[in-house]
Design a protein around this ligand. Structure first.
Ligand SMILES: Cc1cc2nc3c(=O)[nH]c(=O)nc-3n(C[C@H](O)[C@H](O)[C@H](O)COP(=O)(O)OP(=O)(O)OC[C@H]3O[C@@H](n4cnc5c(N)ncnc54)[C@H](O)[C@@H]3O)c2cc1C
Ligand SMILES: Cc1cc2nc3c(=O)[nH]c(=O)nc-3n(C[C@H](O)[C@H](O)[C@H](O)COP(=O)(O)O)c2cc1C
Length: 572
């Protein structure tokens, strides 16, 4: 409500004014700022790659200029014991791993879920949960925080909103809902046009960047392929720092699109609506605007209704996680179209069941100081066989093999939580096997350009030295000149026993402990599902063995490292 209950109006007048202001607000017109005492609002964020952090800042900006007194706080810096003192608390958090909190939210969530968590009567709150419906534990962290706060007696000032990868619209909805219940204290004009960023180019308005280098980093005979891709930033004005990621809008494989078109039961000539508005011929829409590879429950359910396939019906009706996962694994839209013909009326109905094609993020592999005007990536090319077909990841195969005459749309995805140490003198330890090497090429280039005197230690791994030693010449050169103080390599299949980076950490445990004790920073990048967990376990072991600590003390030591931002991960 825009007009408070105690305002000097009759109920009828109040209703009319509320309606009037609501319409003004919806049309983006500004409203007068209300007088009255300041309304304190704390905005807590939990974020791995910066989305929630960015939204927390935008929420704060939206509330600025009025009666709100906002504080934006990193969850890592927040004590749960302070929660009872909050009047209005907004929580914005993503979910990682298999439904786990982002790194900076782990301790907060642990303390909130613990039996010792304080009672929260009198606290008003609301949660914005970021996630991805592709994951079974959709928005699990936001849901857990929301439920626990209610259980502890806090009162929701607005229902939780769960966001899929396209979080703009739900964020706007949540934001205006919050402002509505808190009272029209802010400058509504700002709310209506909350700027997306200061850059002219952004996720919403990507820059078409020319590719100036594209070569395979693996040697002939390798079982996998990893491409070094360099974009020119031209006159885009785009800026980045080592540690940021680049968002890339891919184009689907035209061979797959043409096979889809050949198998659809309606005339494929007509124009169809596009996800962001406007229309385009179906072929173009499928190439550039719709996700034609990943399956989800809604899509398969809609498909089943139009295909009459008993098998699909059994999958949908079972509605069992294992059955769904088994069905989704290795299948794409083309499998539905070919294996389970469905009677879609026309292109419009067909694209109505598809989701928008999403950009992919890549950790930036260059420092702008070493490559002014360029941004480099290290892209692992995803290829595999499943259900009798050879398949390719959309964006990685696009960048590696189908981007010759194209300028892909790109944008910078800031990641403030993943930066080389500000202090050039402290030791830096980097664990980056496979494509995890990417940001560390950037960190090292950055330190070299800054003539940083701190020690640098890189742990890299891949299957075979002969074919998979990415950036070999560069790394060996840095090693030879002493800039790379320590370089440890785990080529897993070059010997009988598999060797991984976590084994090297244990083998070099005494030195690792010493570097940490000297104030060292510990960075990890690459595979989230196994490597990052194994490395985390190895780190705990090293602290226990070489720091002479108990299990509990090691956990506390590593928690403190995270809090001091000396243990940071960029894992995916
Ligand atoms: C913050 C961040 C940083 C990243 N940095 C990098 C980076 O530096 N370098 C890099 O290469 N990637 C990086 N990634 C990953 C990258 O964003 C893409 O996810 C990756 O390139 C795959 O995208 P794609 O479009 O090629 O594949 P998609 O079309 O998205 O297909 C991938 C999907 O294919 C399926 N699949 C894959 N293999 C198999 C198999 N064997 N059998 C059955 N199904 C399979 C899985 O469902 C998988 O999710 C990063 C991700 C994040 C979030
Ligand atoms: C490795 C990885 C694991 C993820 N796991 C989940 C998950 O289990 N559940 C979910 O809803 N979203 C998951 N996501 C999606 C993120 O929550 C989503 O991308 C979010 O916008 C990230 O916001 P942030 O930048 O603030 O961390 C995952 C993303 C990545 C890269």
């Amino acid at each position: 409500m825009f007009v408070p209950e105690n305002a000097p109006f009759s109920a009828e007048q109040r209703a009319w004014l509320n309606d009037f202001f609501a319409k003004q607000f919806a049309s983006g017109n500004s409203l007068p700022v209300q007088e009255g005492p300041a309304i304190p609002v704390t905005i807590l964020w939990g974020s791995q790659t910066g989305n929630s952090e960015g939204l927390a800042k935008r929420m704060s900006k939206a509330l600025a200029g009025g009666r709100f007194e906002t504080k934006v706080v990193d969850m890592a810096d927040y004590e749960v014991a302070n929660l009872p003192k909050e009047e209005n608390l907004l929580v914005i958090t993503s979910t990682y791993g298999d439904g786990e909190p982002p790194d900076n939210a782990v301790d907060f969530v642990d303390s909130l879920l613990a039996d010792s968590a304080p009672k929260l009567e009198g606290v008003k709150y609301s949660v914005l949960a970021l996630g991805d419906t592709e994951y079974p534990e959709f928005c699990a962290t936001g849901k857990a925080i929301d439920n626990r706060m209610a259980e502890l007696g806090a009162e929701r000032l607005h229902d939780r909103v769960d966001c899929d990868v396209d979080y703009e619209d739900p964020f706007e909805e949540w934001k205006s809902g919050i402002v509505n219940v808190l009272g029209a204290g802010s400058s509504m004009a700002e709310l209506a046009e909350a700027p997306v960023g200061d850059e002219p180019y952004s996720k919403q308005n990507p820059y078409p960047a020319a590719i100036v280098d594209n070569h395979d980093l693996n040697q002939e005979g390798a079982f996998k392929s990893t491409h070094h891709i360099a974009f020119s930033l031209g006159d885009s004005g785009l800026e980045y720092e080592a540690g940021d990621a680049l968002g890339v809008y891919p184009i689907n494989d035209e061979r797959v699109v043409d096979e889809l078109l050949a198998n659809l039961p309606f005339s494929t000539k007509a124009e169809v609506p596009l996800p962001g508005g406007g229309e385009a011929p179906l072929r173009e829409a499928l190439l550039k605007h719709y996700d034609i590879r990943s399956l989800n429950k809604n899509l398969v359910t809609a498909w089943q209704e139009r295909s009459g396939s008993p098998y699909l019906r059994s999958v949908v009706e079972a509605d069992d996680k294992e059955v769904w996962d088994d069905f989704f694994w290795g299948r794409e839209l083309i499998d539905l179209v070919v294996e389970y013909p469905a009677d879609f009326r026309d292109g419009e109905e067909f694209v109505g069941v598809l989701k928008k094609l999403q950009p992919r993020l890549y950790s930036i592999a260059s420092s702008p100081k070493a490559h002014p005007g360029e941004v480099h990536l290290t892209v692992g090319v995803v290829t595999y066989e499943s259900h009798g077909r050879s398949r390719g990841g959309v964006c990685s195969t696009f960048l590696a093999h189908r981007s010759k005459d194209v300028q892909p749309g790109v944008y910078v995805h800031e990641n403030k939580a993943f930066r080389p140490p500000a202090d050039d003198n402290v030791p830096m330890i980097m664990v980056g096997p496979g494509t995890g090497i990417a940001p560390f090429r950037a960190f090292l280039e950055e330190r070299k350009a800054r003539e940083a005197s701190g020690k640098n230690w890189l742990l890299f791994g891949n299957p075979y030295r002969a074919t998979d030693y990415l950036y070999e010449e560069l790394l060996e050169g840095w090693k030879a000149e002493g800039f790379l103080t320590k370089l440890d390599l785990a080529f897993s299949r070059d010997q009988k026993e598999k060797l991984y980076v976590q084994h090297l950490m244990l083998q070099n445990g005494a030195e690792l402990w010493q570097w940490l004790e000297e104030g060292g920073y510990f960075f990890v990048c690459g595979d989230a599902s196994r490597m990052a967990k194994d490395v985390d376990n190895a780190l705990h072991e090293v602290v226990k063995i070489h720091g002479g600590k108990s299990e509990e003390e090691a956990v506390d030591y590593i928690k403190a490292l995270k809090k001091e931002k000396r243990y940071a991960r960029d894992v995916y």
